[in-house]
Design a protein around this ligand. Sequence first.
Ligand code: PMP
Length: 438
Amino acid sequence: MTLAMQAPGAMANGFDAATAGDLPDEMQQLIARRARVLGPAYRLFYREPLHIVRGKGVWLEDAQGRRYLDLYNNVASVGHAHPAVLDAIDRQARQLNTHTRYLHETILDCAEAILGTMPEALANIMFTCTGSEANDLALRVAWHRTGAKGVIVTTNAYHGVTSVVSEISPSLGAGVPRGDHVRIVPAPQGAGDVGAAFAAGVEAAIADLQASGHGVAALICDTIFSSDGVYADPPGFLADAVAAVRAAGGLFIADEVQPGFARTGAAMWGFQRHGLVPDIVTMGKPMGNGQPVAAMAIQPDVLADFGAKARYFNTFGGSPVACAAALAVLGVIRDEGLMENSATLGAYLADGLRGIAKTSAILGDVRGAGLFVGVDVETDGQPDGPLAARLVSDLRDRGVLISATGPDGNVLKIRPPLCIGRAEIDHFLAVIAPLVTS
Ligand code: PMP
């Protein structure tokens, strides 16, 4: 069953209210209270939702004092409650927290530090609070720059929650309308020449957008294709599609909200694995290790006319505290060698899972880059989302947190904080093996 066939807005691995009666009274009360005040649009993870009260490094603790190994949360990317990030936030908050309309070194230090990790052509950066806002701004700039409206995204893409970016996020399901100006293309997957197949899809979308009069403003890709099911290889497969979009006058927007900040191991940014220099790069999630800070990096000539005509101010985006957090995150990635850890331990994790998959009837392909690993869950070689959801919940019951993704909800999504060690990965492998090899 594909997610699109489930209830509107259904989520792989989501809590089902129909089973709430089996839960402890205290939890049922919290769930009911939450539904009363937060309304119906939110979803909870897991068959038995989690009530987490603290975190440290790669471990979380629930209200009963039970510990969980966190192999899911890529926001606290340098580790939950990292002292260097907390100290930086604390120090700056006690001194001053204003906004980008005043001169402030921390904002500029942060801007320079992030741009310093990118190709030289990406020389301007604008701050937002969320990845959605960064993508929203990127689209406004792309529309202004190209004079066209058409946007190309992958089948199960997710780019955020504003009205503009929800229209380019087909993974939100049939209940959230896609814009007329949006074309979807198959995710880069399957046997054969992935790059050529992906480019062929993009070329067909370009032709359709041109025929419809929308023209081509942008191709936007999450460069690890997380919600499509995690597709990283072979490096370079994006190049032909990006060339086709540029030849049609469009821009390439790399959505680095998931793969950015060293997640993929070999590089700071996912687009670097493809040997590309995007016109625009958006980022968020791990940027402040939980402090709301996100951004759009851009080639100055792409931004110039938009910037001259459209005044930009984002009250909290790029505040000194937000920037202090982001600077601290970059410092921790560097000082603790987390990009190297992501590469080494990501390979160790994927190898361990491949070893288990060999003797498992339900685990298929294991893929990813660095500490972002996807594993197909299948029955008789066919995607099995409900089985993946059960596996995710069984792992949660055994104290290990992961999730599931992809259009069929059957791809295990494993992306721990980057500070994870070998012993913790061994623990995960020891817990999952008996669940998938009986
Ligand atoms: N782009 C991608 C690829 C994402 O995964 C997300 C968040 N899951 C967003 C954009 C939106 O980010 P935010 O939730 O910070 O608005």
